[in-house]
Design a binder for this molecule. Structure first.
Ligand code: HEC
Length: 124
């Protein structure tokens, strides 16, 4: 009782590879989900109104399309910009949760930003 025999080596290695692949696929799909959730938030919370739906900026606010390449914009800084606002950007602390901030950051950092599905029809 109690002694677990270590499986044959090739079997162990194959199992390890399978586990790692599954883990990576799971991680990638979680990341895609967060990016898409962020895309929807960006549209629904009105970020696109100032920053442009395409993130290219408007007269109201700067472009955000290259923010993922700007080293100064760490997750923490982006997070406080969203929660606390800036000089001309309103704070979103009361309307966006910490998890939603993470999703917005995932969207802003995405290499291939997902396009959100069409907005639901505006209520009458
Ligand atoms: C009323 C217009 C407005 C809205 C709405 C708005 N922003 Fe901004 N945002 C700005 C302005 C203006 C700046 C430039 C810095 C400042 O004045 O705060 C900015 C800066 C930023 C920055 C820093 C980039 C930089 O180069 O300064 C990020 C990141 C950002 N906004 C994300 C968002 C997100 C995410 C949302 C939606 C939750 C949002 N913004 C909604 C106006 C807006």
């Amino acid at each position: 009782m109690g002694s677990v025999r270590f499986p044959e080596k090739p079997f162990a290695i194959l199992t390890l590879i399978a586990l790692c692949t599954a883990q990576a696929a799971y991680g990638a799909s979680r990341k895609k989900e967060a990016e898409m959730a962020g895309a929807v938030l960006f549209r629904d919370k009105g970020c696109g109104f100032c920053h442009g739906a395409d993130l290219k900026g408007t007269r109201k606010a700067p472009a955000l399309e290259d923010i993922r390449k700007e080293k100064g914009w760490t997750d923490d800084k982006i997070s406080s910009q969203i929660l606390d606002g800036g000089q001309k950007m309103p704070p979103f602390r009361d309307s966006i949760s910490d998890d939603e901030v993470k999703e917005l950051i995932a969207f802003l950092r995405a290499k291939h930003r997902p396009v959100p599905p069409p907005a639901p029809a505006t209520p009458q």
